[in-house]
Ligand binder design. Structure first.
Ligand code: ADP
Ligand code: MG
Length: 585
């Protein structure tokens, strides 16, 4: 709202002295003053209106006007300007508040991420959301059986408590990546129909000290509200590592989180209807306090699937896919020794993609074969190898195949190829690992030695065919691989003349304090040089063994190389046929 004087006044033509004169002459009817303006509005008796500049706070005009009975009005422009001011400052204030809100919002987003002490990120998956059932998990019958038992305890604890026993509090799933640990945990939730609270252990550990511990507290509080329920902590090794060896004394955030977890595990009463499931592939580095009775005292080990298991997993993952009738999944299970459930799932998925690319309606063996090639050998690249390079690669690969056939039998060679694949210098010889060894998980000295000899066979073949001075770096990856095995034989498994001592047990962990520094102090300098000598000796000996094997089989070598250069790939059946007569063990 703006206040205006009643009339509109034109700007003045009259001077200040004119004004004084006109007042004295009685020609002026009224004058309007503005408190803050240096002008007045003048209304003459003849009706003329005029704006005339005056001095600020002019007293003379007021005196004269009063003397001459001129009507004086103080214009309410104070109010007007103050209203206008109010309006302007009001909008400024609003803008300020708005900006403040925006800033606060964005920082509070950050703060809630970094300082969100209150809320753990555990997601609640209600009963309907978990659709996984035990049927979806194939090839791990023992683990499934144990977990089914856990569900029974959860649903009717009386079965145990009547016998005076306690319901287990924590169950630890241990196994290599991709074997279905997470899948099993989901299946338990799906089957038991109790709330399933899952969190990845890495989510506990955040930027600021104390966050992890408070998240653990939160998690268990929520669980108590929802009981009976299952808490699932995935990849628990990221907080559950052995304490006390961290850098700088080890009293770090992770440790506090772990302590809180231990406290919570002890804290909830027995039979309270909460079961904590955790999964890891590094049970060896877990803090022993975690594994104590009353905490994760039940351990369920999940191994890589065996032949039968692989077949079942393959069929679970073919259910929704159109397979051609003659596809034999047992055959593919045989070809996939050492594959985890996740890799098998990936194989079927990749086969479907190859099928779609082929515009076929059904997945056939060719699709699965090319999918397997892609997964084990990598993508084919378009690098064209020169005839000379082809020859070198062929000798390398056939050399490995022959030594493998001698050491592990003709069946162990799955496929030889010199088609360049991304990730490999030249070709690739696919060797099936021994079924028994994979399932038992035991590693013998003999097995490691044969692995080393097979790895060095490429170099052996080159040495024989081209001579000592003409060898190439073609087998560099294999040599590296062999050296790592030899080092483990000597320092980890006690398979050398140094004896049954562990020298770098924690070598591959980041537990600097425990691993390297402590060992350094405990191992004499001359032991180090003995280790080096042993590594070199075993490697040289293995290379010699490989050379001897290939020398004996020179005829077979040349024959296979010829075929390989010609057809670029030798499948298992052709390899078997040719080697059957010619291979000399
Ligand atoms: P982990 O947690 O042990 O690393 P996951 O449970 O995450 O492995 O497995 C990844 C995927 O692999 C699963 O979603 C599933 O598709 C497949 N998979 C793994 N193991 C099995 C199994 N035993 N049966 C069926 N599918 C499996
Ligand atoms: Mg997992």
């Amino acid at each position: 709202m703006i206040f205006k004087s009643k009339f509109t006044y034109s700007n003045s033509n009259s001077s200040y002295s004119d004004l004084l004169f006109q007042i004295d002459s009685g020609n002026i009817q009224s004058i309007y003053f503005y408190p803050r303006k240096r002008e007045i509005d003048v209304l003459y008796k003849n009706g003329k209106k005029e704006k005339i500049p005056i001095l600020y706070n002019d007293q003379l005009v007021i005196e004269k006007a009063t003397e001459n009975n001129v009507d004086l009005t103080i214009n309410n422009s104070q109010k007007q300007s103050s209203t206008a001011n109010l309006f302007v400052s009001g909008s400024l204030f609003l803008i300020f508040i708005l900006a403040l809100v925006l800033i606060l919002r964005s920082t509070s987003k950050f703060a809630s991420r970094a300082l969100g002490f209150g809320k753990s990120k555990a997601k609640f998956i209600t009963i309907d959301e978990v659709e996984t059932r035990f049927n979806d998990v194939a090839g791990v019958p023992e683990a499934a059986q144990e977990l089914k038992e856990v569900i029974t305890f959860l649903k009717s604890p009386n079965k145990l408590t009547n016998l005076g026993a306690k319901v287990p509090k924590g169950v630890l799933l241990i196994g290599p990546p991709g074997t279905g640990k997470t899948l099993l945990a989901k299946a338990i939730a799906g089957e038991s129909g109790v709330p399933f609270i899952s969190i990845a252990a890495s989510e506990f550990v955040e930027l600021f000290v104390g966050v992890g511990a408070s998240r653990v507290r939160d998690l268990f509080e929520k669980a108590k509200e929802k009981s009976p329920c299952i808490i699932f902590i995935d990849e628990i090794d990221s907080i559950g590592r052995q304490r006390g060896y961290g850098i700088g004394g080890g009293n770090d955030e992770r440790e506090q989180t772990l302590n809180q977890l231990l406290t919570e595990l002890d804290g909830f009463a027995d039979n309270s209807g909460i079961i904590v499931l955790a999964a890891t592939n590094r049970a060896d580095i877990l803090d022993s306090a975690l594994l104590r009775p009353g905490r994760f005292d039940r351990k369920i080990e999940i191994m890589l699937p065996d032949l039968n298991g692989r077949k079942k997993i393959l069929s679970v993952h073919s259910l929704s896919k159109p397979l051609e009738n003659n596809v034999d999944l047992s055959y593919w299970a045989k070809r996939t020794v050492g594959f985890s459930g996740a890799e098998l799932a990936n194989l079927m998925n990749e086969s479907a993609i190859h099928c779609a690319r082929d515009k076929s309606k059904f997945i056939n063996d060719i699709h699965i074969e090319s999918a397997l090639d892609k997964l084990t050998l990598g993508l084919r690249t378009s690098i064209v190898s020169s005839p000379n390079m082809k020859k070198i690669v062929a000798y390398n690969e056939v050399g490995r195949a022959i030594v493998s056939a001698v050491k592990n039998g003709i069946d162990s060679v799955d496929k030889i190829t010199i088609l360049p694949r991304s990730g490999y210098v030249g070709g690739y010889t696919k060797i099936n690992p021994d079924e028994d060894i994979v399932s038992s998980g035991l590693i013998s000295k003999k097995l490691l030695l044969s692995k080393i000899e097979i790895a060095l066979a490429g170099r052996a073949a080159e040495t024989i065919v081209f001579g000592k001075n003409e060898i190439t770096q073609c087998s560099i990856n294999d040599i590296n691989y062999a050296t790592n095995i030899v080092r483990e034989m000597v320092t980890k498994y006690g398979f050398s003349i140094i004896g049954p001592v562990t020298i770098d047990a924690h070598n591959n962990d980041s537990l600097i304090g425990d691993g390297l520094i402590r060992n350094k102090a405990l191992i004499a300098e001359n032991t180090y040089s003995k280790i080096d000598n042993e590594i070199i000796n075993i490697s040289k000996l293995s290379l010699n063994n490989s050379i001897n094997i290939i020398r004996k089989n020179r005829l077979l070598l040349e024959k296979l190389v010829e075929i390989l250069i010609e057809s670029e790939t030798i499948e298992n059946d052709i390899f078997k046929k040719i080697s059957f007569d010619l291979l000399k063990v």
